[in-house]
Structure formats: C-alpha cells, structure tokens
Design a protein around this ligand. Structure first.
Ligand code: NAD
Length: 256
C-alpha cells in the first residue's frame, strides 16, 4: 500500500526506529535508515531489511545533534514522502543537578533536529503532492515525571511543533501527527533499569514492574511492531484527515 513511497526514519539502527522501518517496508515503502555511526553493520542492516521486504533500503549517517547534519540526511535521501522523527536519548537527574550539556544535546536531537528535517522534507512532499510527518513523541509529551526535565520539555515541544506543521500543511495532501508511546522495551529503556533500581533501592526486576511500568495500567510494555503498525496506519488513506494530533500507544497511561 506504500509502494513507491520513500520513508526516512531518523535514529533507526535500533529500537523503535528500526521497528517502524520494518513495518513501513513491510507495507511496501522504500526506507532510509539513519544514526550517528557509520559502521559496516549499519549499512548491512539496511541491506538485509531491503532484502527481507523486497524494497530499496539504505543507510545515511547523520549526527542529529547538529542542525546541518540533520538537514543533510534529508538532502542526501533526495526524496522523502514519509518523515519519521524518532532519534532520541534520555538522561535522568534532578533539574538543579541536570548537566547543561545533556540538556542541550537532548533538545538538539529530539526537538531541533525534527525542525531541521521537517524544513527540508516539506518542499519534497509538496513537490510529490503527498506527504506524512510522523513524530515519535512519548506519553512524556503529554504528561510529566520527575528527573526527566529535558526529555519531557523536548517531547512536549515536539507535540507542539507537530500541530504547527499540521496547520501549515492543512490544505495539502500532507499530514503531521505524533505517536505517544508509553514504555516500549528497547535499549533506551533497558538502560534506565539499573539507574532506576539504584535510585529506589530495588532489584532490576522490581524496578521494571513497580517503577517503570507503574504508570502503564496494562502492566505490559508496548512493542516496536505496534508503534510501527501505528505509523503505517497514519500513512494510510484512512488517516488522511487525521492531522495535528497525537495517538497514544501506552497501555492506558494517559487515561489515569
Ligand atoms: P533506542 O536507544 O533503541 O534508539 C534511539 C535511536 O536514536 C538509535 O538508533 C540511536 O542510534 C539514535 N540516535 C541517538 N542519538 C542520535 C544522534 N545524535 N543522531 C542520530 N541518531 C541518534 O531508543 P528507543 O526506545 O527506540 O527510542 C526511539 C524514540 O522513541 C525516542 O525518541 C524515544 O524518546 C521514543 N520513545 C521511546 C519509548 C520507550 O519506552 N522505548 C517510549 C516513548 C518514546
């Protein structure tokens, strides 16, 4: 159903980005993977994904903490019908101890990069007469938790930018929406488990169940396939009038 479209997914050599790339490719889209490394295995990952789904797939290196490199990823892709702004990192610390360079890096990768990629991708979508911007925000784009000031600020900002892009493209065949996942078990979350366990004096298993999934009423992690499937839906004709909004995939978190 997405045959002939090209999707660029930022931060896609792991986790949700890679899962979204697989689901878009399964639906027939050609895909461009990205991260800040340039290893053989990054390019091989794209090759294998392309082979598995019978689509064109390539990997473009770009460090999204730098505005010109974020723009460069879309420029090098040359065509971008579907833009998935996904790259992200986390840092957990009270605001008065939050390292300034971590704040700057998180805002750059998770908010400013989406501004840069969108700015370059929109003219390409307009030229093609069709486009989809899918921003991977978070339940933390709609609610807050302590110790994650930069992440929560970036994600709330991304939800705001999504609405603005939707209004600027409202009369065109272009939509912009944000997916707001609750907890998905990816390397980013696995990395938080030891810190959380330490902070609360628990075992890692207890930290997973009692702290991390505390706010997720389903008590289950969402999967990267479910996030990918939601992205595919947002690219479908059924979603053509869905724009400027958020879709939560969070096991009930934001219903609390
Ligand atoms: P992950 O660590 O598995 O993946 C993050 C990706 O971003 C990786 O491919 C990494 O290489 C890339 N990346 C990091 N810094 C980069 C940079 N400077 N330039 C280019 N790429 C960079 O994490 P994930 O859980 O898959 O997270 C993906 C997105 O989903 C993030 O925006 C995250 O905030 C969001 N999210 C995750 C969860 C969750 O529970 N895992 C929940 C809600 C939202």
């Amino acid at each position: 159903q997405l045959k002939g479209k090209t999707a660029v997914i930022t931060g896609s050599n792991s986790g949700i980005g890679l899962g979204v790339a697989h689901e878009l490719a399964r639906a027939g889209a050609n895909v461009v993977l990205n991260s800040f490394t340039d290893r053989d295995e990054d390019h091989k990952l794209a090759e294998e994904l392309g082979r598995e789904h019978g689509v064109e797939a390539r990997y473009i290196k770009g460090d999204l903490s730098k505005g010109d490199e974020a723009r460069g990823v879309i420029e090098q892709a040359g065509v971008c019908d579907i833009l998935v702004n996904n790259a992200g990192i986390q840092h957990v610390a009270p605001i008065d101890e939050f390292p300034v360079e971590k704040w700057d890096q998180i805002i750059a990768i998770m908010l400013s990069a989406a501004f840069h990629t969108t700015a370059v991708a929109l003219p390409m979508m307009r030229k093609a007469g069709w486009g989809r911007v899918v921003n991977i925000a978070s339940a933390h784009g709609l609610t807050a938790s302590p110790y994650k000031s930069a992440y929560i600020s970036a994600k709330h900002g991304l939800v705001g930018m999504t609405k603005t892009v939707a209004l600027e493209t409202a009369k065109e065949q272009i939509t912009a929406n944000a997916i707001c996942p609750g907890y998905v078990l990816t390397p980013l979350v696995e990395g938080q488990i030891p810190d959380t366990a330490k902070k609360y004096g628990m075992t890692e298993e207890e930290a997973k169940e009692k702290v991390i999934l505390e706010r997720q009423p389903s008590k289950e992690f969402a999967t990267v396939e479910q996030i990918g499937g939601t992205a595919v839906f947002l690219c479908s004709d059924a979603a053509a009038q869905i724009t400027g909004t958020t879709i939560s995939v969070d096991g009930g978190w934001t219903a609390l």
